[in-house]
Write a protein that binds this ligand. Structure first.
Ligand SMILES: [Fe+2]
Length: 423
C-alpha cells in the first residue's frame, strides 16, 4: 500500500472510501492479499454466491464439486430427490470426501479412514465403530450442510451466513435476466449438462467480473474474432443502440434489445430452419407476436454479483482462488423442449468461442493476466473507470460506457465497508 491507502491501514483497517471513488479505483484492490482475504469473508462467505444449476444433479446420487468462497463443497441430490449442498470435508479428520469434478454415486467415502456418507449427508458406516463407545451417535457426524441454499429457476445459490437478505432480495433486477434466458425455452427451463471448461487464469477475480459489461474492449481484444465473424464496426459503438445498464446490487447488463428492435442481424442460412422451429414452439405458449419478440430480443448478457455471467448462450462462473489467481468456468446452455439439433448448434458455437483453441476466451485470459502483471506497478495509483461519468441516466449508459463497472464498485464498497462497522 502507498500514499492515501497507507493512512487507512494505520487507522486499523482499509479505508474503502479512499480506494473506491466515482470513476476510479485503486490498483491495490487487485493485488493486495489482505484485501482478497477480506473479500472472501465479506462477499464470498457472507453473501449469496452462484454454485451451480439443478439440472447438473438431475437424478439421485448425481454430484458436482465446487468452491463456495474459500471452501470446497459438494452439490448432490439425495434419494428422496432433494438438492443438498455440503462441505466437502470429512467430519472426522477433514479430508475432502469427494475428489471428482462430478459423477454419480450413492455414497461418499473418505479416503483416510473410510467414514462413509449417503447422499443425504448421513454417516452410514465407519470401521471399528465400537471403539468410540456406546454413546457415539452417528447422526452427530454427518456432512455439514451449507447454512443457506436457495434456487431461482434452477440456478442454485448459497451462503455460508445463516442470515441476511433472501436470494430474491440479493438477485433484485438481475432475476429478470434469468427469466429472459429461461423463457426462451418453450417449457421455461434451461439445462447445464454439457460439462464445464475450466481455465486457470493468473488474474484477480474482479477483472473477469468487470469484463462482463465492458464493451469498450471487444473491438480491440477480440479484433481477430470480430473480423472472422464479420461483426460490423458499428456493433461495438455508442451509436449501435445497445446500452449498458447498472442493475443495482453490483449486477449489470449489456442490453442489446434496443439495437435488435431496429435491425436483426441475419442468421446464417443453415440456422433459418431451426429458428423457425424455435419460433413455432415458443408461439404455442406465448402466441406469435410475443414469441417473435422474445426471439428478436434474444438471450441476456449480464453479470449477477459476485460470480455469475449469463453470457447469452452460455454460463460463466468466476471462482477466486487467490489474489492473482482464479478459475474461470464456462458451459453452454441447452433449452429444454427445443430440438436437439438446435441445442447442438449452440454447443458447437460455444466450442468455437471458449474452448482451449477458442476465439474469445483465450484473448480475454491473456489480457487479464497482463492487467494483473501491470497492476503490480504502484504508479499510477488508479484504474480509470470514468467513461460516461456524468451522462448516465437512471443507471443506463451508452454501450461503451463503464456504467455497470461503477455500479459493481459502489456495491462492493458498501459490502466491504460494512465489515468495518464494529467500533
Ligand atoms: Fe472480452
Amino acid at each position: 500500500m502507498s500514499g492515501n491507502e497507507l493512512e487507512g491501514r494505520e487507522r486499523g483497517g482499509v479505508a474503502w472510501g479512499d480506494l473506491i471513488v466515482e470513476g476510479r479505483v485503486s490498483g491495490q484492490l487487485y493485488v493486495d492479499a489482505e484485501i482478497f482475504e477480506a473479500e472472501m469473508e465479506r462477499i464470498f462467505h457472507r453473501g449469496w454466491v452462484f454454485v451451480g444449476h439443478e439440472s447438473e444433479v438431475a437424478s439421485p446420487g448425481e454430484f458436482v464439486t465446487r468452491r463456495l468462497g474459500r471452501a470446497p463443497v459438494v452439490m448432490t441430490r439425495d434419494d428422496a430427490g432433494a438438492l443438498r449442498l455440503f462441505s466437502n470435508r470429512c467430519p472426522h479428520r477433514g479430508a475432502t470426501i469427494c475428489a471428482l469434478e462430478g459423477g454419480q454415486s450413492r455414497y461418499f467415502r473418505c479416503p483416510y479412514h473410510a467414514w462413509t456418507f449417503d447422499s443425504a449427508g448421513q454417516l452410514v458406516s465407519l470401521p471399528a465403530e465400537d471403539g468410540y463407545g456406546p454413546s457415539f451417535d452417528r447422526s452427530q457426524f454427518g456432512l455439514a450442510p451449507v447454512p443457506r441454499v436457495d434456487s431461482y429457476r434452477g440456478f442454485v445459490f448459497a451462503s455460508w451466513c445463516p442470515d441476511g437478505p433472501t436470494l430474491l432480495e440479493h438477485l433484485g433486477r438481475s432475476a429478470q435476466m434469468i427469466d429472459r434466458l429461461c423463457d426462451l425455452s418453450p417449457v421455461g427451463q434451461i439445462e447445464l449438462r454439457a460439462g464445464w471448461l475450466r481455465h486457470r487464469i493468473g488474474a484477480n477475480w474482479k477483472l473477469a467480473a468487470e469484463n462482463v459489461c465492458d464493451f469498450y474492449h471487444p473491438p480491440v481484444t477480440h479484433a481477430s474474432s470480430g473480423l472472422v465473424a464479420g461483426v460490423p464496426a458499428t456493433y461495438f459503438s455508442d451509436v449501435s443502440g445497445a446500452v449498458v445498464r447498472d442493475l443495482g446490487g453490483g449486477h449489470g447488463e449489456i442490453d442489446h434489445r434496443p439495437m435488435h428492435a431496429r435491425s436483426t442481424p441475419r442468421p446464417a442460412e443453415s440456422y433459418q430452419g431451426l429458428r423457425r422451429r424455435h419460433l413455432e414452439l415458443l408461439a404455442e405458449r406465448d402466441g406469435q407476436v410475443s414469441a417473435a419478440a422474445r426471439l428478436q430480443e434474444g438471450p441476456p448478457h449480464g453479470f449477477v454479483f459476485p460470480n455469475l455471467f449469463i453470457a447469452e448462450l452460455s454460463i460463466f462462473v468466476i471462482e477466486p482462488v487467490a489474489v492473482g489467481d482464479m478459475t474461470h468456468r464456462q458451459t453452454p446452455i441447452a433449452w429444454v423442449g427445443l430440438p436437439d439439433e438446435l441445442n447442438r448448434r449452440n454447443l458447437r458455437s460455444f466450442e468455437g468461442g471458449f474452448g482451449p483453441a477458442g476465439m474469445v476466451e483465450p484473448d480475454d485470459a491473456a489480457v487479464w493476466e497482463r492487467l494483473q502483471l501491470g497492476l503490480r506497478a504502484r504508479e499510477p495509483a488508479w484504474v480509470v473507470l470514468q467513461r460516461g461519468v456524468g451522462r448516465d441516466v437512471d443507471g443506463v449508459g451508452r454501450l461503451l460506457d463503464e456504467t455497470a463497472m461503477r455500479g459493481f464498485w459502489r456495491h462492493y464498497r458498501g459490502l466491504m465497508a460494512a465489515g468495518e462497522a464494529t467500533p
